[in-house]
Design a protein around this ligand. Structure first.
Ligand SMILES: Cc1cc2nc3c(=O)[nH]c(=O)nc-3n(C[C@H](O)[C@H](O)[C@H](O)COP(=O)(O)O)c2cc1C
Ligand code: SF4
Length: 465
């Protein structure tokens, strides 16, 4: 298949990009090798692995007593990790490839991390791809360091807002605009309040709107990168060399997870190779409050199941409306009251072993077993402030803001570290795009027995099939 090149950050490349995947799933190694094939590779700057002087992985240890202190340690580890991964990517791409770093704007200490890394990683990172939140300050920090930025957006409206408030002042540093399909892409999804999670829209109309706006503001030659749901390029012929869309590239997130160089354990790769159609859930359990797409495994099923074990409560007994059944909260032994009508459900939950009782911010009581309760409590206690604010632990780095912890969520830092460092694909969050079921159908993977190298995958994608 003939693929015309595009230019990003002053470099001509094939229009194929490896998307950033945290934590530590797209790395210096994978992104550098991808860039070396002639595309652009993105390593994740979200708490990436770092190494000692002998090149051995260092497991981060947190000594801080408070969450603020631990967040400081996390940011320092993050900076070390980004610098290590940038160096590896640079070497793997023979010092010549197009390497991006991805951060989430809502990750804890994002601005401090970005400023430090860009000042110290000169010449290795060519652009920052960044979404999850409204990264107004991204443009200024990148421009100051003479590094390009690739905003990740899911609608023209989001780009317009970013543009008006900030990006119009730093327009020459926009490398590409990444359109991440909010229904199909793996990881966190940018569904807005007006998007129906159950009614996906085809990307074409949104892309045309984005291009129209970009043309109006003088970004005609800046490529748009489409991300989400891309498998065979032969299925995207309408988009390739489409004059109205202008220069366009394709970002792959899920496919590079199953390569020889992907850091995931073989058990995790096998899980991905065997997902059936419909096996990925678009749900809202993430402590960021965003929608996200992940493989339905034991972990996700438990989060879904526990939603059915909730009972509304009041703090003060109110016999008039029937809220007079006392229930003791597990953590502080305080008594609250549920309705007479929920007595049978209460008894059933207790008899089934869901004897630990927690409050949620929706004025319900959540019933979990002891194991899950201990997990929730240690997760909240050990919080290292990986997000700017977290629905699960109620941590926030924003002064004056308070949140009530929500035990229906989970510690995403712990779970994503586990998925990239252990072989447990069942009891952790396994982000993936909706298209993951294609692994099983695509003859390239020989019924799950063939795992390509990055180079083999890149060459295969170039064929269009
Ligand atoms: C496991 C996984 C982790 C991801 N993590 C991030 C991330 O940290 N930041 C980000 O901007 N996008 C993230 N993404 C999105 C990818 O960069 C990419 O845009 C998306 O996966 C493309 O859709 P696809 O999965 O259908 O190929 C992640 C995707 C996956 C599958
Ligand atoms: S509880 Fe976990 S996910 Fe939430 S901010 Fe703390 S470390 Fe991050």
């Amino acid at each position: 298949m003939i693929l015309n090149s595009i230019t990003i950050a002053n470099k001509e490349i094939l229009p194929l990009i490896e998307g950033g995947k945290g934590i530590n799933i797209s790395t210096g190694l994978t992104s550098g090798l991808w860039a070396n094939c002639g595309g652009a590779g993105t390593f994740s700057g979200v708490n990436p692995d770092f190494y000692d002087e002998n090149g051995n992985y260092v497991k981060p240890i947190f000594n801080g007593k408070s969450r603020q202190e631990r967040q400081k340690e996390l940011i320092d580890y993050g900076i070390r990790g980004c610098l290590d991964q940038a160096k590896i990517a640079h070497e793997q791409s023979n010092g010549n490839g197009l390497v991006f770093m991805n951060i989430l704007w809502e990750q804890g200490g994002a601005q401090e991390l970005l400023t430090n890394v860009l000042e110290r990683a000169k010449g290795t990172i060519k652009a920052i791809s960044c979404g999850a939140g409204m990264p107004f300050k991204l443009a200024e920090i990148c421009a100051k360091n003479k590094v390009f930025y690739n905003p990740i957006i899911s609608s023209a409206r989001a780009l317009q807002l970013l543009w008006k408030r900030s990006y119009c002042k730093f327009k020459e540093w926009i490398g590409a605009v990444i359109y991440e399909d909010p229904w199909l892409a793996g990881g966190h999804n940018g569904l807005s309040n007006t998007d129906d999670p159950l009614t996906p829209e085809k990307p074409m109309s949104r892309l045309l709107e984005i291009r129209k706006f970009m043309n109006e503001v003088g970004l005609k030659s800046v490529p748009i990168i489409v991300a989400g749901g891309i498998w065979w390029l032969s299925e995207w012929l309408d988009y390739i060399d489409n004059k109205e869309l202008g220069p366009i590239g394709f970002q792959f997130g899920t496919r590079p997870m199953v390569t020889q160089e992907s850091p995931l354990a073989m058990e995790v790769k096998q899980k991905l190779l065997n997902v059936e159609k419909g096996g990925v859930k678009l749900q809202k359990f993430s402590p960021t409050g965003l929608y996200s797409s992940a493989v339905e495994n034991k972990f996700l099923k438990e989060l879904e199941n526990q939603l059915t074990r909730q009972i509304p409560f009041v703090e003060i007994q109110d016999k008039g409306i029937g809220f007079d059944i006392p229930v003791e909260l597990t953590a502080n032994k305080k008594t609250v009251y549920i309705n007479q009508g929920d007595k049978d459900r209460l008894n059933k939950f207790i008899n089934d072993g869901y004897t630990s009782i927690l409050k949620t911010p929706s004025n319900t009581l959540l019933f979990v077993n002891n194991e899950r309760y201990n997990n929730i409590m240690t997760g909240m206690r050990d919080c290292v402030g990986c997000l700017s604010s977290c629905l699960f632990s109620a941590w926030t780095q924003r002064e004056g803001m308070t949140i009530q912890p929500d035990p229906r969520s989970f510690c995403i830092q712990k779970s994503l570290q586990n998925i990239s460092h252990t072989n447990d694909a069942e009891n952790n969050l396994l982000f993936s795009g909706q298209i993951v079921y294609r692994f099983k159908e695509d003859p390239f993977y020989k019924n799950g027995t063939f795992i390509p190298t990055i180079k083999e995958l890149f060459e295969q994608i170039k064929t269009g099939y």
